[in-house]
Design a protein around this ligand. Structure first.
Ligand code: AMP
Length: 583
């Protein structure tokens, strides 16, 4: 067993976490030692550390030797190894135990999906963080034992590589694992939908059934959840369309003919086949009222016993908060934990904190974490040569991070990634005992740059939020957005694409456009706009349904709705007749 791993028997999970966070620095060194003990002989590590014997070394000597011998790496450095695993090579390449499963990252932040190793450790840590987060939540928002969760979760398609390795998204592997069932038993909360619904492979049919079953069990539902907030929004937007059909199904004990997958039909009909006109009438009358109120507060109105809405609401999910609050009415929004396909990172220990302020306490047993200090460059001339606006210092261990500083996270995992740059920028905002609490800032990758300007997804989000405040005053709503740096023309300029619900006058859109252009705080952009070496920002209003098509395109290519994040920059040409340009 790993040294500080929670084994579920000695004490409750919160005491365990308090203990490992108290001793975070020491636990981190034990975690590194354990990873190296398990995997010292693998091909990747041998290349860097040769025959060095770590066994008799003191913890701190081991830590400094490891970081001096093994270089920082990116996904590209592991790709050849992962490819050999995918091709069926069984030799110990990055882990001693052969890897039989690979995860596909969402790919919406990097532009393409990456293969990432997945082992039983991945499922175990997922179970642990879910139990830990549930324990912290239930201190503030206790829920009834044996209650249900209306959880909008979706498995992706799974396939095998030519070497026989199973591939799917990390959430898909988890939903198929024993740990997923164990979590339901141990947290004494059960999802409303059977496994056939989660893994139907057709997200529209899954959404319909989640909502139907959620309403069928309405009085048992203790909270509403999804992995990322986007799926909750997506589900309720659909509900506005097909609620009448759901009512018919509840009334008659039938299932819409749009649900065509036989295994899903059988599994759902096994549950709902007794007609329930009383419930149908209740849902119907509430939905008629809700329609009048533009569906404000639909969640508490239809699920009166729900205590909160739980999902990742930070980072690229933040733009959906307005809509989520609209649907959630007076229910608290609880922001879910921080992790990636590569490793879980931190848990939300303050569930009552609003999503805009939430931070994540690093779980020091999950991986060995390092932090690359990032300093904002003061020097204007650093411009073109630097990859972004940050100047890096040498990576530091968890014990040496400082409050108020920003870092890029580096992972050494139990799944065969060594000093792997995750590409996420976080800020240390405090400590939980001795483990840092992180605010997620953004992906490090730049999405908008024409010349010396440098803007990340977060910069774009802040600017779009300013513009959409003006939009909201005119009673229209921003559905979703993306952007493009147009460098083909001289001067280049930014294009922001908006999909809007409701009618807006042209002059309001012009005001939104001017406001966004003036709201970029990046020094390079401000100077370039002043000198006119970047032209005025262009706002393009795209046809209704455009972002749904983007989602469908990603899903058709193997992404799962559970992990979907709208790409915030695009190089795709939008047909001129399907949009309106505002300058
Ligand atoms: P994936 O490609 O699905 O592995 O996505 C992982 C990425 O999603 C992370 O590297 C982060 O950029 C982002 N992410 C995950 N959890 C959170 C969170 N709680 N808040 C903000 N961003 C998150």
């Amino acid at each position: 067993m790993e040294p500080a791993m929670y084994n579920g028997s000695c004490c409750d999970i919160i005491s365990w976490f308090e203990d490992v966070s108290e001793n975070a620095s020491c636990v981190q060194m034990q975690t590194l030692r354990r990873i190296l003990q398990l995997n010292f002989a693998v091909e990747y590590l041998k290349k860097w550390i040769g025959e060095v014997n770590f066994e008799d070394m003191e913890d701190s000597a081991l830590e400094s030797l490891y970081t001096s011998l093994v270089p920082l790496a990116s996904h590209a450095d592991f790709e050849p190894y992962v490819q050999r695993i995918a091709d069926g090579e069984k030799a110990p390449l990055i882990t001693q135990e052969p890897i039989t499963t690979l995860s596909l990252s969402s790919g919406t932040t990097e532009g393409r999906q990456k293969y990432v190793p997945f082992t039983c450790h991945s499922s175990k840590t997922t179970l642990q963080i879910f139990k830990l987060a549930a324990a912290y939540r239930s201190r503030i928002y206790p829920i009834k034992e044996g209650g249900r969760i209306l959880e909008f979760i979706y498995s992706s398609k799974q396939f095998k590589t030519k070497g026989g390795i199973k591939v799917g998204t990390a959430t898909t592997h988890y939903y198929a694992s024993e740990e997923f069932k164990t979590k339901q038993h141990q947290t004494k909360s059960y999802i409303c939908s059977p496994e056939e619904v989660i893994s139907s492979g057709d997200y529209k049919q899954t959404t319909y059934c989640h909502l139907l079953l959620g309403l069928y069990f309405y009085d048992q539902v203790e909270f509403i959840a999804s992995t990322f907030a986007f799926s909750i929004i997506q589900s309720f937007v659909s509900f506005e369309e097909f609620w009448k059909e759901i009512c018919n199904d509840i009334r008659d004990g039938t299932l819409s003919s749009n649900i065509t997958i036989p295994s899903v039909r059988k599994a759902v009909l096994d549950i709902i086949s007794v007609p329930n006109p009383c419930l149908a009438k209740r849902v119907q009358s509430k939905c008629v009222e809700l329609e009048e109120m533009d569906w404000f507060g639909v969640i508490p109105k239809l699920w009166p016993n729900a205590k909160y809405v739980y999902s990742i609401m930070t980072g690229s999910m933040q733009p959906y908060l307005t809509k989520l609050r609209h649907y959630a009415g007076d229910l608290p929004l609880v922001s879910a934990d921080y992790g990636s396909t590569e490793s879980w990172i931190g848990v939300n220990v303050d569930p009552c904190c609003p999503p805009e302020k939430v931070s994540f306490a690093v779980v020091p047993t999950f991986s060995y974490f390092e932090f690359i200090p990032l300093n904002r460059s003061e020097n204007e001339d650093i411009g073109n040569s630097a990859i972004d606006d940050f100047v890096e210092d040498d990576p530091v261990p968890l014990s040496q991070v400082k409050i108020g500083k920003q870092y890029e996270i580096v992972l050494t995992t139990f799944t065969g990634l060594y000093r792997y740059r995750l590409g996420d920028v976080v800020e240390v905002v405090g400590f939980h005992r001795n483990t840092p609490k992180l605010n997620f800032i953004c992906r490090r990758k730049l999405i908008l740059t024409v010349n010396i300007d440098k803007n990340t997804e977060n910069d774009l989000q802040l600017v779009v939020e300013k513009g959409s405040q003006i939009l909201r005053k005119s009673r229209a709503e921003l559905v979703d957005f993306t952007s493009h740096a147009e460098v083909g023309k001289n001067p280049g300029h930014y294009i922001i694409y908006w999909e809007i619900k409701g009618e807006v006058e042209e002059r309001v859109l012009e005001e939104c456009c001017r406001e966004m252009d003036a709201s970029f705080v990046d020094h390079g952009y401000v100077v370039s706009r002043r000198r006119n070496s970047i032209g005025p920002l262009e706002l393009c209003i795209v046809e209704k349904g455009t972002f749904k098509k983007i989602l469908e395109n990603f899903i058709a290519n193997g992404a799962a709705l559970s992990q979907f994040k709208t790409p915030r920059c695009t190089t795709n040409q939008v047909p001129k007749n399907s949009m309106k340009n505002i300058k």
